[in-house]
Design a protein around this ligand. Structure first.
Ligand SMILES: [Zn+2]
Length: 69
């Protein structure tokens, strides 16, 4: 899972150009069609569409693990 600006992303897909595309986790329940593209330095290079819902608060409790507050 990846968190960006308060929104959790999942479903990483490695593209042929080396970027990884992540989709918002609320795609199913909210019909949210946001996706971002991240390079191997975890820098978000592009952000597409707008969220249809408010951000959620997650706190990192361990490397790569988050809990919802
Ligand atoms: Zn979203």
């Amino acid at each position: 899972m990846l968190q960006y600006r308060g929104y959790p992303f999942t479903g990483a897909v490695l593209r042929p150009d080396g970027l990884v595309r992540w989709r918002c986790t609320r795609r199913g329940s909210y019909g949210c069609n946001v996706w971002i593209e991240v390079n191997d330095q975890l820098q978000v290079l592009s952000h597409h569409n707008h969220h249809t819902h408010a951000p959620q608060r997650y706190v990192m409790i361990e490397n790569g693990l988050y809990i919802r507050m």
